[in-house]
Design a protein around this ligand. Structure first.
Ligand SMILES: CC(C)(COP(=O)(O)OP(=O)(O)OC[C@H]1O[C@@H](n2cnc3c(N)ncnc32)[C@H](O)[C@@H]1OP(=O)(O)O)[C@@H](O)C(=O)NCCC(=O)NCCS
Length: 171
């Protein structure tokens, strides 16, 4: 099965949420788990937009929370597919907080997630390739193979010796 490749930009999802009391920890900041839930949904929407099929989360790369997002602030999440492999897609997510009264934005965190497209029987199915256009999209596309190999090695799905692109960084 082959598909027409799609531009990275076509998968862009921009999600906006308001941090309410039920979303916060005891310090009055957005809980990490709630943010990861919203990020998971934004990434799922971006990958479904890319492949026009149902998807599941295969893995989440490390997430560092750089700046807390406060109660009453706005959360902006952008998710875009960086590269597609055979049945999996890598998504890049960026998160900002915004003080809606003072009207300034601050970066909260970034992450990469991997989703797999499924057919009606719940089996992984092929996805369209990604065409990167901008300089940033090209950099993310080029790095995606190394990140894929690293996560598959860490997940026990690839032997370190087979991770050619990763090895090239060190040799
Ligand atoms: C993700 C899942 C579909 C992979 O199934 P699998 O039987 O391991 O399938 P395969 O080995 O054929 O791999 C399918 C794709 O998943 C990718 N994959 C598998 N494990 C991965 C991991 N840990 N990280 C990144 N990609 C992974 C493979 O690289 C492959 O991608 P490719 O076709 O582009 O090369 C399966 O493990 C699953 O359904 N997991 C549960 C998903 C879920 O419920 N998520 C919600 C949170 S609970």
């Amino acid at each position: 099965m082959t598909f027409t490749p799609k531009r990275a930009q076509e998968s862009l999802i921009q999600m906006t949420e308001l941090v309410l009391p039920n979303d916060t920890n005891t310090f009055g900041n957005l809980m990490g788990g709630r943010l990861m839930y919203w990020m998971d949904i934004a990434a799922a929407l971006a990958t479904m937009k890319h492949c026009s099929a149902p998807v599941v989360t295969a893995s989440v790369d490390n997430i560092s929370f750089e700046t807390p997002i406060k109660l009453g602030n706005v959360v902006h999440i952008e998710a875009k597919v960086t590269r597609a492999f055979t049945t999996s897609m890598e998504v890049h997510l960026r998160v900002w907080g915004e003080d809606p009264v003072q009207q300034y934005r601050y970066k909260s965190n970034e992450a990469f997630m991997t989703f797999v497209a499924l057919d009606p029987n719940g089996k992984s199915r092929p996805v369209p390739q990604v065409i990167p256009d901008t300089e940033e999209e090209k950099v993310l596309y080029d790095g995606a193979m190394r990140r894929r190999q690293l996560r598959l090695v860490l997940g026990g799905k690839m032997k370190p010796g087979d991770a050619e692109e990763l090895k090239a960084l060190f040799i």
